[in-house]
Design a protein around this ligand. Structure first.
Ligand code: FPP
Length: 249
């Protein structure tokens, strides 16, 4: 896990610095509805969604949160109209190219998780470049789930473990939670403490199925492009009211 910055910028006075989540995960929902409300094509919602994500990343960094994971594209999203899928792929690539310099200078370590091998090759190259250029950064770990599916992640971990058993490299009795976690895309990152979903839907939608076992879930009616610092502050205040029991009394 990455080191915390020593100086927190603009942390709202009512938030307890000792009880901030270490890892925040977000399901960025409502881009299409936001665009419709504005009388704009759906893709404009995604474009504004990028600005929102950038601002959230900056906010997490300022407030000393160690990790942010965002659900950018699910394994199910391929079923959207082709033009929207193509727009999103181009958008990811363009944003990565445009923002890489700043990500480096801000100390962001960027990761992509998901079935990355099925993404367009030019995007895969950009992802590789960004991950490699930021791998020693320490300020915040920013993970983008792209062509990600929680069930697929669990299946690929099972296959990898089964292969080791088949080859005699591993005994069935040695399979425990820690070993299993090492085979997930998110190996090396702590589980999210807080999962935020925008636009009111009460679903996990195949996101981080294993990792959210004990996450606190915060759902807001706010559409993703409108999820600003104040909204995030509200989510954190709500989180700090929770009593996390992890199955205990
Ligand atoms: C869900 O809204 C949003 C998406 C499927 C795409 C989210 C992607 C981004 C914000 C871009 C992130 C970019 C990088 C490089 C990390 P929706 O389209 O499902 O909205 P709706 O439910 O209102 O239709």
């Amino acid at each position: 896990m990455t080191a915390k910055p020593t100086l927190l910028r603009d942390l709202p006075a009512d938030l307890d610095v000792k009880r901030l989540p270490r890892h925040v995960a977000v399901i960025m929902d409502g881009n299409g509805r936001w665009a419709k409300q504005q009388g704009l094509p759906r893709i404009m919602g995604h474009r504004h969604g990028v600005d929102t994500l950038k601002e959230l990343l900056r906010c997490c960094k300022d407030w000393g949160i160690e990790a942010l994971t965002a659900y950018a594209f699910s394994t199910e999203n391929w079923g959207r109209p082709l033009a929207e899928v193509e727009f999103l792929m181009t958008l990811f690539e363009r944003v990565l190219r445009r923002e890489l310099k700043e990500l480096i200078s801000e100390g962001v370590q960027i990761h992509f998780v998901g079935d990355l091998g099925s993404l367009p090759e030019s995007l895969q190259e950009e992802i590789e470049r960004a991950m490699s250029a930021t791998r020693h950064n320490q300020t915040i770990r920013f993970t983008v789930a792209t062509n990600y599916g929680g069930r697929r992640e669990i299946l690929q971990a099972c296959r990898a473990i089964a292969e080791q058993v088949e080859k005699g490299q591993l005994q069935v009795v040695d399979i425990d939670e820690a070993l299993f976690e090492r085979h997930l895309y998110t190996a090396g990152t702590c589980d999210p403490d807080l999962l935020i979903r925008t636009s009111g839907e009460m679903r996990v939608s195949n996101f981080l199925l294993w990792q959210v076992a004990y996450s606190e879930i915060y759902v807001t009616e706010t559409l993703w492009p409108n999820f600003d610092r104040q909204e995030f502050h509200r989510a954190l205040s709500d989180y700090q009211q929770r009593h996390r029991r992890f199955g205990l009394v």
